[in-house]
Design a protein. Structure first.
Length: 386
């Protein structure tokens, strides 16, 4: 198998698995228990918290709260930020957010909130003047992603946070799920920051929310006093240890220049060998591992299936759209023409990809596209007109 779908999820790193193993066998206690076993578990949780804090540059490890996933972190951040400012009913976000933010905002509209969704340009970038204009005295929250899951395009969260502070007293939430472990994180102007373990070689089912010191949020899950009373529920110690180990690994062993070189080799090879291809998203201002390429006039789903038959895993836009034929909202917001958006494939690389993976993919893709192009009604129309 050649796995080029690392923005969907990642393989658990051997170092992470090794760190978790004792907590799935001998160390099975509850970290809230007062006995030695419980205290050992608690120590492991706190060590993991330290690794997470270090990777994202939090000032203090108490600013990290463990959750079950990125979606929970995003939901909690948004709902709790609004609950803590009951008089304010305005939210600013963007048109290209992940469903974990977009669908919450959509629901909030039905609950009486006004949501301003900022546009992006053809490269997927935000217009900061539009952000300035959108901020109001009753803006409770600004919620934007750091890295787009489909195109990898990065939003300048430092500048955005500065504008939010200058122009309003809204809280600033960043969905950092796709960025953590791939690029350095700067939390200087950020109040709330969501991350998810399974995007950086920790297991599925663990996430975290950074809550800046001084920001007080109501709990999302009510119950016991775990996580300093911020998030009830017995801690998922093996997963928490896994997230800590993954953060440590990402901090100590950053091989993103290698991954970027592989991504560029793949991308340039495709653009050179295959006609009617284009990269969606800003060529430089994006994650080093992501390449979203449109194979115009060809159905992306068909490309995915042909690659899958050869053991090559990719996705069409966001994995969440893989069962529908709607164009992805992100590509739609970028004004990518329908025939190109439908033919978009997201290649997302990771630490276990090799030169050979890229060469193999480049050796089979032109043949697949040639075959599908011959069957494409658009392509036949194109040739009939030339
Ligand atoms: N935010 C972004 C940008 C994502 O890409 C994802 C997952 O794909 C999420 C949030 C949700 O994270 P999780 O799958 O951990 O719930």
């Amino acid at each position: 198998m050649i796995y080029l779908d690392n923005n969907a999820t990642t393989r658990v790193a051997p170092e992470v698995f090794e760190a978790m193993q004792p907590y799935l066998t001998d160390f099975f206690g509850n970290p809230s228990s007062a006995h030695t076993l419980g205290r050992t578990m608690k120590q492991a949780v706190e060590q993991a918290r330290e690794h997470v804090a270090k990777l994202i540059g939090a000032d203090d490890m108490s600013e990290i709260t463990f959750t079950s996933c990125g979606s929970e972190s995003d939901n909690w951040a948004i709902r709790a930020a609004l609950a803590s400012q009951p008089g304010k009913k305005h939210i600013v976000t963007t048109r290209v957010e992940h469903e974990a933010v977009r669908n919450v905002c959509r629901q909030l509209e039905t609950e009486g909130y006004e949501v301003t969704s900022l546009d992006v340009n053809a490269s997927g970038e935000l217009n900061l003047d539009a952000l300035r204009d959108a901020l109001r005295a009753d803006t409770a929250l600004v919620s934007v992603m750091l890295a787009n899951n489909e195109t990898g395009v990065l939003f300048p969260i430092n500048d955005i946070g500065e504008i939010v502070r200058e122009r309003s007293d809204a809280l600033f939430h960043v969905d950092g799920v796709q960025a953590v472990g791939k690029i350095p994180i700067d939390l200087m102007n950020v109040d709330l920051f969501a991350l998810s373990g399974h995007k950086l070689h920790a297991p599925q089912g663990i996430g975290a929310l950074y809550i800046r010191k001084g920001v007080s949020l109501p709990s999302f899950i009510i119950g016991g006093a775990q996580e300093h009373g911020r998030r009830a529920g017995t801690s998922a110690v093996p997963n928490i240890v896994g997230l800590g180990a993954a953060c440590k690994l990402a901090h100590e062993d950053d091989d993103h220049s290698r991954i970027r070189a592989l991504r560029d080799r793949l991308e340039n090879g495709i653009l050179q060998q295959i006609p009617n291809t284009r990269v969606n998203g800003h060529p430089e201002n994006r994650l080093p591992n992501t390449s979203n390429i449109s194979f115009e006039y060809i159905e992306g789903q068909n490309i995915l299936l042909h690659l899958d038959q050869l053991g090559i895993c990719v996705s069409t836009g966001s994995a969440c759209h893989s069962t529908t034929h709607e164009s992805s909202p992100t590509l739609h917001a970028m004004n990518i023409p329908y025939t190109a958006a439908q033919g978009s494939i997201r290649f997302s690389l990771g630490r276990y990809n090799t030169d050979e993976d890229i060469e193999t993919t480049l050796s089979v893709l032109p043949g697949i596209i040639e075959k599908l192009a011959a069957m494409s009604p658009y392509d036949q129309e194109l040739h009939a007109n030339t």
